[in-house]
Design a binder for this molecule. Sequence first.
Ligand SMILES: [Zn+2]
Length: 318
Amino acid sequence: MEALEGVRVDVLGRKGTLGQFSKEFGKLAPQERAAAGKALNAAKDALESAFEARKHSFDTEALNARLGSEWIDLTLPAPGARPGSLHPVTQVQMELEDLFTSLGFAVLDGPEVETEYHNFDALNIPASHPARDMQDTFWLTDSNLLRTHTSPVQVRGMERLGPPLRMIAPGRVFRNEEVDASHEHTFYQVEGMMVDRNVSVAHMLYFMKTLLSAIFRREVTIRLRPGYFPFVEPGFELDIQCLICGGPGCPVCKQSGWVELMPCGLVHPNVLRMSGIDPDEWGGFAFGLGLTRLAMMRYGIDDIRLFESGDLRFLRQF
Ligand SMILES: [Zn+2]
């Protein structure tokens, strides 16, 4: 194509060969000029049409080459919809819901945008309480907040259903966290609560053990440490031995061999009272379980950031 254009400029161009002939016209005798002009025009027409014909054949060749290389067979069957899969957190959540439903618990839902009252005050965390600093909160401009735990659903459950009450509340929670392999700003928890007469720590341990052996499908080693949470008294931290490294230490268990799995305890009398339940008649236990962390332990995932990454290479494994 380029060579052809070069030839066109050389021959038909303003300074081309054909033009040079016109300049010679002055040297001809007047009677010869008409015939020479005619011959020159005929030559010019012939050259131009030869040029157009060649150009057209080059264009056709280029188009055919492109069609050949980009050709698709429209008669082949379409690849079809790619089957999706449930997110690992969803799978663990559904199993937990099945398990607790079979134990007589209701599955409750609550808003992700919460009032300060439900997220803190009603859980015995007053405005000046240092416990509020333990949770880095995303505050909204209307003084509501993104819930920092699923515990406000306990409050909503007690307010709406009253005692006796058995409930779990799975859901998404938010913390203003420095994100690393074991911390995310968005993750999932399950809140559990039972309010009845004569509820003790023994009941709580029974449910915790049933829960963990069902989820991990094996015996897990647990330990109970005293823990401080304003909404329970007494309060505990329930840890399980790290299922990723089995004890020696890894990034997920922060080299300790143990993973903090859930805070739990007997419901603080103030919490019951604030939701209109008489603590002299009723008692209860409550626990908060890191659903995301549970999925990490269950599937041996060592980086929490994968869960919210949307990376299909990760998701397709489940
Ligand atoms: Zn570990």
